[in-house]
Ligand binder design. Structure first.
Ligand code: HEC
Length: 243
């Protein structure tokens, strides 16, 4: 016979501890619920919880939770839409993205587009902004240096303005240019990604422009600009002439 597992674990010890552990069975006839009934209840609770809780939390659908709803062409009911713009029309979307993209320019040209006297020319009411897009895109793509007169004020800031063609995508630049052309009282057509790209492709240039060099482009528009405004679509009427 093998030794007991513990010196005190005699049969009598185990019997006594068992008796001390057990509670009196108050309902000897009742049976525990079968396991399948437990699972059934859990299942019902989950479905019912989703049914009741879903609408309370604003409902759930792939449209709302799907970050690619826009790419799929689905409407995004969140205010302002998903990251890509949701249900915003092209103009509102460009203005929204352009407003945040403008942070790059705002340090110099100021949040109100007014510039700083003697240092940074204003973008508000500037003929460089409102005029030909051939010139405006070139200024931001390659930069500008040397004397320039904007709204009757002369500027000739050392170093001029650096090019943004290397650091901003055509789309980002298009959004910012649409934004500056339609803020602070400015009103002009939208600049599209294709327009920026067209200038990029045909104008390879390493040095900054001077205002004098750009004079021939002052009233030239890159084809393909579209009227600004809520109804703006890529299929809109041909570009109006530059102001
Ligand atoms: C580091 C400062 C700086 C930043 C950033 C900057 N600019 Fe400029 N910008 C200038 C200066 C300086 C001039 C004038 C250059 C000259 O004297 O020839 C200028 C000129 C211009 C002009 C032509 C004159 C006018 O006021 O209409 C436009 C248009 C313009 N900038 C747009 C932009 C846009 C759009 C951005 C952002 C993508 C931007 N700039 C970012 C400094 C800056």
């Amino acid at each position: 016979m093998s030794a007991p597992a513990h010196p005190d674990s005699t049969d009598l010890d185990r019997l006594h501890s068992a008796v001390k552990r057990e509670k009196v069975d108050l309902a000897p006839e009742s049976q525990p619920a079968p396991l399948w009934a437990m699972f059934l209840l859990m299942f019902v609770a989950i479905i019912a919880g989703a049914q009741i809780g879903g609408p309370l939390l604003g409902g759930w659908s792939f449209d709302i939770s799907n970050p690619f709803a826009v790419a799929n062409g689905g409407g995004d009911p969140r205010p302002g839409g998903a990251g890509a713009g949701g249900t915003l029309d092209p103009f509102a979307l460009a203005m929204k993205k352009g407003a945040s993209g403008y942070a790059v320019c705002g340090g110099c040209h100021q949040g109100n587009g007014g510039g700083l006297p003697g240092q940074f020319p204003p973008l508000a009411k500037s003929e460089f902004v409102l005029g030909g897009t051939e010139r405006l895109i070139r200024i931001t793509q390659h930069g500008l240096v040397g004397p320039v007169t904007v709204n009757g004020q002369n500027f000739n800031t050392a170093g001029g303005m650096q090019p943004f063609g290397g650091t901003m995508s055509s789309q980002d630049l298009a959004n910012v240019l649409t934004f500056v052309r339609n803020s602070w009282g400015n009103e002009a057509t939208m600049v599209t990604k294709d327009m920026v790209q067209k200038v990029r492709d045909e104008e390879k240039r390493a040095s900054q422009w001077t205002a004098a060099e750009l004079e021939p482009f002052a009233k030239k528009n890159v084809p393909g600009d579209i009227p600004a405004g809520p109804g703006a679509t890529a299929a809109a009427a041909p570009a109006p002439a530059a102001k």
